[in-house]
Design a protein around this ligand. Structure first.
Ligand code: HEM
Length: 467
C-alpha cells in the first residue's frame, strides 16, 4: 500500500504549510501533524512533487543502506545543474562506493588528522585574534566562521593556503553557492546562470592545480611522494592499472573538488555558529565545557607539549556538546532518494519513480527518542556515548553515503571551541535560528569577544556540583 496522506491543494500541494513550518521555531511541526494523522510514513505533495516522507527510524535505515541499489539520490533541479554529472552526490553503484572509500579513507587517516590539526589551529587562532581587532564591535559569527572552515576545506582538498588563490576561490564559491537553491533557468542574468559562470572560473584554477600535480605524478609513474590531499587521492587512483576497478574520469576530479567545498562554506560554519549560540544560552553547560578545556590546556602547558588531534577528540564533555549541537541544529535535516524500482519497507510501498524524504530532524526532535528534545542538554549523551550512530541520531546520514567528513567536522568544531573558551569570553546578541531553506541565524549571530586577562574564565556563581 502506498502510505496514506494528502495531496493538498492543486499544483501547490502542501508546500505552503511545509515552508511556513520551516520558518517557524518548530520546523518538524509539518511532519508531526501528518505523522499523527496518517502514521510515521505518509504521502504528501511538496515543491511540485508527490513524495513519501519517512519519520520512522527503521524505514530511514533501509533507505539509507540502499541494499539492492533500489534508491538513487534526488536533488532539486538547480542543485543538479550545479553539480557535475560525476559528482559523488550523483554517482551510484560501484563507482560511488569506490570514490567514497578513497575520500573517507584519506580523511580518517591519522596522518591526515595530524597534519590538518596544525592547520585548523592556525586558522582558528588567526581568526579569533583578528576578531579582537574589531574592539567592541560585534563580528557576525555565521559569516566569519566560513573563513575558518573554507580555508580548512580548501587545504584538505588541494593544499591551497591563505593567499590570492584562496581569496579568489572563496569569492567565486560564494557566488556559486547562491545558485544552489534557485529557479532552474539558465538564461543570462538569472541566478543559476551567474552561479554556473562562477563555477567555470573556479574550474580553471582547480584544473591548473590538478594539471601540475598530474605532470609531477607522471614523472614518477604515479608513485612517489606521500598523499597530502584529496586531489592526490583521486589523481593517484587514475594511475592504477587494475581495469576491473571503476574510476572517476580525470576531467571530473575538478568538479568533485568544487562540490566538496560546500561543507566548508555551509555545514561546518553553521555547526560552529550554532554551538556558540546554544552555549551562549546555557551558562551551566558553558562552564563545564570551559572547565574541561582549561584542564587540557593546563596539562599541555605543564608538559610543554603540543596538542595532537587525539587530545581534542578525547574530551568527553566537549564531544557531548558537539553531538547535542548536531542533534538540535539539524544542518542536513533530511535526504531525498528516488526509488528506481518498487520497494516495500515495513508494509509501505514506495513505487518506482517516487521520491522518499528520510527526515532526520523528526527523529532528533522526537520525545520518544530524546527526553525534553528542545532542551540543550549534552549530559544526555553520557549514557549512550558520543560515537553513537544509531538509527535515531543521523546528523551525518548513514549507510553507504554516511558523510566521509564526519570525523574532520568533529575535530574542527572541537579545536574551535577549545581555543575560543580557553582564550576568550564572548557576549552574543539576541538572535534566532531559522530553518528554511537552510539552517542559519537570522542576524548571522553578532558576538563581541574579549580576551581572558589572567585568572580562570569560569563564572564563580555557577555550581557545577549540582549539574
Ligand atoms: C557538520 C558538518 C557536516 C554535516 C552535518 C554533513 C552531513 C552530511 C550528510 C547528512 C551526508 C549524507 C548525504 C546523503 O546521504 O545523500 C553527507 C555526505 C557527504 N559529506 Fe558531509 N557533512 C558535514 C561535513 C562534511 C565535510 C567537512 C566534508 C568533507 C571533507 C563532507 C563531505 C561529504 C561528502 C563527500 C558526502 C557525499 C558522500 C557520498 O555520497 O558518498 N561533509 N554529509
Amino acid at each position: 500500500m502506498i502510505p496514506k496522506g494528502s495531496s493538498g491543494w492543486p499544483i501547490v500541494g502542501e508546500t505552503l504549510d511545509f515552508i511556513a513550518s520551516g520558518y517557524s521555531s518548530r520546523p518538524v511541526r509539518f511532519m508531526e501533524k501528518r505523522a499523527a494523522l496518517y502514521g510515521k510514513v505518509f504521502r504528501t505533495h511538496i515543491l511540485g512533487k508527490a513524495i513519501i516522507v519517512s519519520t520512522d527510524p527503521e524505514v530511514n535505515k533501509v533507505v539509507l543502506h540502499n541494499h539492492g541499489n533500489a534508491f538513487v539520490p534526488h536533488y532539486p533541479k538547480s542543485i543538479s545543474e550545479l553539480l557535475g554529472k560525476y559528482s559523488i552526490l550523483h554517482i551510484n553503484g560501484p563507482l560511488q562506493k569506490r570514490v567514497h572509500a578513497l575520500i573517507g579513507g584519506f580523511l580518517r587517516s591519522p596522518q591526515f588528522k595530524a597534519q590538518i590539526t596544525r592547520d585548523i589551529e592556525r586558522s582558528v587562532r588567526h581568526a579569533l585574534s583578528s576578531w579582537m581587532e574589531k574592539e567592541n564591535h560585534p563580528i557576525y559569527l555565521q559569516e566569519e566562521s566560513k573563513k575558518i572552515a573554507f580555508e580548512v576545506m580548501v587545504r584538505t582538498l588541494m593544499s591551497v593556503g591563505p593567499g590570492e588563490d584562496l581569496n579568489f576561490l572563496s569569492r567565486e564559491f560564494e557566488e556559486y553557492s547562491k545558485g544552489l537553491i534557485s529557479l532552474p533557468i539558465k538564461l543570462p542574468g538569472t541566478r543559476l546562470y551567474k552561479s554556473l559562470k562562477a563555477k567555470g572560473r573556479m574550474l580553471k584554477v582547480v584544473r591548473s592545480i590538478i594539471e601540475q600535480r598530474k605532470m609531477a605524478m607522471e614523472e614518477k609513474d604515479g608513485k612517489g611522494s606521500i598523499i597530502k590531499d584529496v586531489v592526490d587521492v583521486l589523481l593517484r587512483d587514475t594511475f592504477q592499472s587494475d581495469e576491473t576497478q571503476p574510476r572517476l574520469p580525470l576531467d571530473s576530479i575538478s568538479e568533485n573538488i568544487i562540490e566538496m567545498m560546500i561543507p566548508g562554506e555551509e555545514s561546518v560554519p553553521t555547526a560552529l555558529t550554532l554551538a556558540v549560540k546554544f552555549l551562549s544560552d546555557s551558562p551551566v553547560v558553558l562552564a563545564r565545557l570551559v572547565e574541561e578545556n582549561m584542564e587540557l590546556m593546563r596539562q599541555k602547558a605543564e608538559l610543554g607539549d603540543e596538542y595532537n588531534w587525539i587530545d581534542y577528540v578525547s574530551l568527553p564533555f566537549t564531544q557531548n556538546v558537539i553531538s547535542e549541537t548536531l542533534r538540535m541544529a539539524n544542518i542536513v535535516n533530511a535526504v531525498w532518494r528516488e526509488a528506481v524500482k518498487d520497494v516495500t519497507i515495513k508494509g509501505h510501498l514506495i513505487p518506482r519513480g517516487w521520491c522518499v524524504l528520510t527526515s532526520f530532524s523528526s527523529l532528533h526532535m522526537d520525545e520518544a527518542n530524546y527526553e525534553n528534545p528542545y532542551e540543550f542538554n549534552p549530559c544526555r549523551w553520557e549514557k549512550t556515548g558520543t560515537t553513537v550512530n544509531s538509527n535515531t541520531f543521523t546528523p551525518f546520514g548513514g549507510g553507504q553515503r554516511l558523510c566521509p567528513g564526519l570525523e574532520l567536522s568533529r575535530l574542527e568544531i572541537a579545536i574551535f571551541l577549545h581555543h575560543l573558551v580557553t582564550t576568550y569570553r564572548w557576549v552574543a546578541e539576541d538572535d534566532d535560528i531559522t530553518y528554511f531553506p537552510f539552517v542559519r541565524m537570522k542576524r548571522k549571530l553578532p558576538i563581541t569577544i574579549t580576551p581572558i586577562v589572567g585568572g580562570h574564565p569560569l563564572k564563580p556563581h555557577i555550581d557545577l556540583d549540582n549539574y
